[in-house]
Design a protein around this ligand. Structure first.
Ligand code: PLP
Length: 368
């Protein structure tokens, strides 16, 4: 039986050629031309001044939080409906992630709930552009301005999306991306921080490179980290970036096919709504199973798996898991979306027939 996976990378560009070049020239560690080229090309793509490569997206969140001065006793507003890394990075600094509910339609951070949860200890806000759908950045930036908060955009899932003409990840004090194997572009494991401030860039570059003085080798002026990306990873990343427009177009095509197949089925399912003024890159096309459906979300996923279709549940909210359990968090919408949401296979190698098969299977599960 053919298995349809949720995510498959498309490595059909110069990735292999560039990796071979790393091996042939022995430049396989974090020094080497691909790291610089990947950073410069990524910054250019995002219309940002600076891009700093890291070994994954999680540490790419940690570095700006340190550089922005986050410390023990501080609080950061984080959506409850996200991947664990967003909250963990805050905790690495000894600070507290304060969980904010999501909007019912876009599944992104609810600005009203965010503002309600601001205290005298709040230092920052981290909008997450969930599943490729940019957050309402006008509202986020407005809150940040009025309450003097930093904004760190978690764009780990959102390469190439835009909000009112601006690239996701380029609007806050800093933004970060992940290049894990299931992302829109990948280098296996990798991350990138982007920012427009030279001082912040210098501070973050030093932190990710063991705290070494930029003008004096082996001279350390602060406790830093080895969060560097290898030249091999950057070589793959550059090969991917050269074709990012095609990778995004492929996802938009898949999303269009899902909409077409499921448009007459909205009595039973709901789509994740694209934020007003935004263009989503559909990292994971996702649907919500409505209340009138009798079969459970998990049972639907089990049957689809039996038929050879891999799906994923929408993330568990942070505040319900043992690591961050908070009975007073009050994020009912996140709990609802999490309990009824399914990520469907979304990648370039899916055919029109695959999408029809996935949708037909989903429909027959629901109709019984
Ligand atoms: C929203 C979000 N933030 C952060 C990360 C962390 O990235 P990485 O897995 O590269 O460490 C991910 C990755 O999956 C993510 O989805």
């Amino acid at each position: 039986m053919k298995r349809i996976q949720v995510a498959v990378p498309n490595l059909s560009g110069n990735e292999k050629k560039y990796v071979d070049d790393c091996l042939d020239t022995t430049w396989i560690s974090s020094n080497g031309k691909y790291v610089k080229q990947f950073e410069e090309s990524f910054a250019q793509y995002l219309n940002a001044k600076k891009a700093i490569s890291c070994c994954n997206g999680t540490v790419a969140l940690h570095v700006p939080l340190i550089a922005l001065g986050l410390k023990s006793g501080d609080e950061v507003l984080v959506p409850s409906l996200t991947y664990i890394a967003t909250a963990n990075a805050v905790r690495y600094c000894g600070a507290t992630p304060v969980f904010v509910d999501c909007l019912r339609d876009t599944w992104n951070m609810d600005p009203v709930d965010a503002e309600r949860k601001i205290t005298k200890n709040t230092k920052g806000i981290m909008p997450v552009h969930l599943y490729g759908n940019p957050s309402d950045m006008d509202a986020v930036m407005d809150i940040a301005k009025r309450h003097n908060l930093f904004v760190l955009e978690d764009a780990a899932e959102c390469h190439g999306a835009s909000y009112k003409g601006k690239m996701a990840g380029s609007m806050g004090d800093a933004g970060i991306f992940s290049f894990f194997g299931n992302k829109i572009i990948t280098c296996g494991e990798g991350g990138m921080i982007v920012c427009n401030d030279e001082k912040l860039d210098a501070a973050m570059r030093q932190l990710k490179g063991q705290g070494q003085d930029p003008n004096r080798r082996y001279w350390f002026t602060e406790v830093g980290y080895n969060y560097r990306m290898t030249n091999v990873a950057a070589a793959i990343g550059l090969g991917q970036l050269e074709h990012i427009d095609e990778h995004i177009a492929e996802r938009r095509r898949v999303a269009d096919w899902y909409f077409e197949e499921l448009k007459d089925f909205t009595e039973y399912i709901e789509f994740q709504k694209v934020t007003e003024g935004a263009e989503s890159v559909w990292w994971m096309f996702s649907v919500l199973i409505k209340d009138n459906v009798k079969i459970s979300r998990d049972e639907i996923m089990r049957i689809m798996d039996e038929k050879g279709i891999e799906t994923r549940p929408v993330f568990y909210p942070m505040h319900v898991m043992p690591v961050y359990e908070d009975k007073n968090a009050q994020c009912p919408v996140s709990e609802y979306v999490s309990s009824r949401g399914i990520n469907l296979p979304t990648h370039a190698l899916l055919s029109r027939e695959d999408i029809k098969f996935i949708c037909d299977t989903l429909k027959s599960c629901i109709l019984g």
